[in-house]
Design a binder for this molecule. Structure first.
Ligand code: FAD
Ligand code: UDP
Length: 399
């Protein structure tokens, strides 16, 4: 392959595709090898059998404060303005089966008043505002440290109703046991802003993620081959290599496997008006219920106290696709990744021991000056899409 390609990239997700485009525009001839039969990595979307645009590997909502990333991606897509709103769905406390309560997550001043009533909730909100300040974000672990008995009791409520069961489902561990940056992604928010993210730019690629990736990879200096494991080629290739797969797999697990969580996605399509639309005590202002077209009140509903799945996402709410009378949802079930055939490692299990194990693989990679580990898997990090796009831009520009 030498002489034909300057750069070999393993993986056609955000990391691989963004880097490929930048390098191609610098005049490098780039070969992208992707093991799956499609581009886009975990952000891949496609139509399901009912014509609903779904994200095959779980719901992806783009959000960033990084102007450079936004401008770069905007060369390949226009955007649908979409502000993600999530509610926790919990038993309402009456003990009656099926009676549920919904309030915004991140837990905010509206959640407080929904949970405790306007009077008690208003009083507690006032206390929080006095303690931390308006519009402040406080992590649940921080809130639990507050010595004030009323705030501490509230922290216990939020911990029990929003965090502990969801985190146990997602990670098999309590919020104290996992990396504190993980629960810090969803802080208690002393605001009435009920959006999941507050970033300056938020939305969905107007024609979907896959279309955006197609345009990004459509360049005379880029060749993409699908259904190819890049590892044998990496061993032969003498030029620059960007590897976006698992670091442990690259070195044949010689120090032992890196722990990951995987997900089982259960898709359900509801049609012919035989679906339920639950009561909406807290309707999403941007998405009022429209008769039978939708399954749930919000793009994502988190089941923070019960059920075996963590959340249900309804794709039409995210994508804005107009498709009367039919809708597809996905339920996410999390479990330990075992490495069995067909399983996908979605989340690195970040803790000091696993970081140390990763560092041994990274040290192996560093022995090859032409090899660069890039991406959520290759760097064993909890990157959002914008963060990995920023990393890919920076690395590709530096090469
Ligand atoms: P990937 O997308 O995993 O791409 C890596 C690619 O490399 C894959 O296509 C893989 O097949 C390929 N590959 C691996 N090994 C080889 C090999 N040996 N040879 C060839 N190819 C190989 N981020 C957000 O910003 N917003 C969200 O709402 C959001 N939601 C998410 C929901 C879920 C359920 C998950 C799991 C992640 C979510 N993310 C979200 C994060 C987002 O998916 C990642 O930031 C992004 O996909 C990382 O891109 P990547 O290129 O590093 O990895
Ligand atoms: N989390 C929680 N309850 C929620 C939402 C999030 O306990 O209702 C915790 C949980 O530990 C989760 C983490 O916060 O893994 C990060 O949530 P986020 O929604 O960012 O996770 P992702 O979308 O990346 O799966």
């Amino acid at each position: 392959m030498e002489g034909i390609y300057d750069i070999l990239i393993a993986g056609a997700g955000y990391a691989g595709a963004v880097a490929a485009r930048v390098l191609a525009e610098k005049g490098k001839r780039v070969l992208v090898l992707e093991r799956r039969d499609h581009i886009g990595g975990n952000a891949y979307d496609c139509l399901d059998g009912h014509g609903v645009l779904i994200h095959k590997y779980g719901p992806h909502i783009f959000h960033t404060n990084d102007q450079k990333v936004y401008d770069f991606l905007s060369r390949f897509t226009r955007w649908r303005d979409y502000q993600h709103r999530v509610v926790a769905n919990i038993p309402d406390g009456s003990g009656k089966p099926g009676w549920r309560l919904q309030y915004p997550v991140p837990f905010n001043l509206t959640s407080l008043e929904t949970a405790f009533g306007p009077e008690e909730g208003g009083k507690l909100g006032g206390k929080l505002l006095a303690a931390y300040g308006a519009e402040k974000k406080v992590t649940i672990l921080e809130l639990r440290q507050n010595p004030d008995p009323e705030i501490s009791a509230l922290a216990e409520y939020v911990y029990e109703h929003v965090f502990v069961h969801y985190t146990m489902k997602q990670w098999g561990q309590t919020p104290e046991e996992i990396d504190p940056n993980t629960t810090a992604r969803v802080p208690v928010y002393l605001s009435r802003d009920d959006r999941y993210f507050q970033d300056a730019y938020q939305g969905m690629p107007l024609d979907g993620y896959t279309k955006m990736f197609q345009r990004m990879l459509d360049h005379p200096n880029i060749e993409v081959r699908l259904g190819v494991d890049a590892r044998p080629a990496l061993r032969e290739f003498q030029g620059t290599v960007l590897y976006t797969g698992q670091a442990d797999e690259l070195f044949d697990f010689r120090f032992g496997p890196l722990p990951y969580r995987t997900l089982d996605f259960v898709f359900e399509t509801w049609q012919d008006r035989n679906y339920r639309v639950p009561d909406a005590p807290y309707p999403d202002p941007e998405h009022p219920l429209r008769g039978g077209d939708f399954y749930q009140t919000h793009g994502t509903v988190n089941y923070t106290m019960d059920e075996d799945f963590t959340r249900i996402t309804e794709y039409k709410r995210l994508t804005g696709q107009e498709l009367p009378g039919v809708t597809t949802i996905v339920k996410e079930f999390s479990r330990a990744y075992t490495g069995a055939a067909g399983e996908i490692p979605y989340y690195a299990v970040i803790n000091p021991a696993n970081d140390a194990l990763y560092a041994r693989y990274k040290a192996e990679a560093d022995k090859f000056p032409n090899l660069h580990l890039l991406g959520r898997l290759a760097e064993y990090k909890y990157y959002n899409m914008d963060a990995i796009a920023a990393r890919a831009l920076a690395l590709a520009e530096s090469l």
